[in-house]
Write a protein that binds this ligand. Structure first.
Ligand code: FMN
Length: 262
């Protein structure tokens, strides 16, 4: 074999490095394979609005060269927060600050995805006396004292929440975030729908695994919702992920097929 052929073979079979770009099935390209995981920043103000410290933080992270920055979980309903200091996005009230956040977080070619979430019953009683859930099943054991008993969501309320996920995704895109991630793990609402321990519903949102795939509906709604708004503007919601986590004996979490990252 000539030395030219040998080096071509080496290039063809070379393992990707952290510095190599990554092309997602959507066609979007992440400039390298380094991702900053979602971490709640607790930098929302008392009204759950985004603040300047968030802008500064993400400018700093983007300048470090990371390929993909996932934001901490941003709530789809300001009345239903997972932690004090969460940001919530339900309308375009904070568009100016969201644009500044997106601009700072995409400097230096970084991709910036907003992780969007609803806490369901996992909303501490110190900030929420009226949590909601797929079924009225409270926390047992050592966590019980931190959370109020949740109320079961009606079908109409579930549809409204799915609509909120879509709306928040569209606003994120319009502000300049390059993608969204639906938070489907860590015991929050999507995870509660998935779990047969948390979800005892007998309607079309409970029972079989298929019915409990609230995320599937969320994904379906978020994508066309975003796409509809994009037509004529020449750009779609470029990337989307769904965060899920593996089954553990002590947890109520399930794994979804890995097709989730699109
Ligand atoms: C302060 C803090 C806040 C976090 N907030 C989020 C969050 O908003 N969304 C999320 O999906 N994970 C969140 N996580 C979990 C992290 O993304 C990560 O999965 C977890 O820390 C495990 O990774 P590690 O072993 O590298 O720490 C948070 C973790 C920490 C430490």
């Amino acid at each position: 074999m000539s030395s030219n052929h040998a080096s071509a073979d080496i290039l063809a079979t070379r393992q990707a490095t952290l510095a190599d770009p990554l092309t997602l099935p959507s066609g979007a390209v992440i400039k390298n394979r380094i991702l900053k995981g979602a971490m709640n920043e607790a930098l929302g103000d008392r009204g759950a609005h985004p603040t300047e410290p968030l802008v500064n933080l993400y400018r700093h992270w983007a300048s470090g060269g990371t390929g993909l920055l996932l934001t901490g979980n941003v709530m789809v309903d300001p009345r239903q927060l997972g932690e004090p200091g969460n940001v919530a996005v339900e309308d375009e009230t904070d568009m100016d600050m969201l644009r500044q956040w997106a601009q700072a977080g995409t400097e230096n070619g970084a991709a910036l995805w907003m992780q969007i979430n609803h806490p369901g019953k996992q909303s501490p009683r110190t900030i929420n006396q009226h949590p909601v859930a797929p079924s009225a099943i409270g926390f047992g054991g050592k966590y019980e004292r931190f959370f109020s008993m949740p109320r079961e969501l009606s079908r109409g309320e579930i549809e409204a929440i799915v609509g909120r996920f879509a709306r928040t995704a569209v606003i994120a895109r319009d502000a300049g975030f390059t993608g969204v991630e639906i938070h489907g793990a860590h015991g929050y609402l999507v995870n509660q729908f998935l779990s047969p321990l948390d979800n005892h519903r007998t309607d079309e949102y409970g029972g079989s695994l298929e019915n409990r795939l609230f995320t599937d509906e969320g994904v379906a709604v978020v994508r066309p919702g975003a796409a509809r708004r994009c037509r004529g503007e020449g750009r779609g919601l470029p990337m989307m992920g769904v965060l899920t986590q593996p089954v553990r004996k002590t947890s109520t979490c399930l794994t979804l097929p890995s097709r989730a990252l699109t």
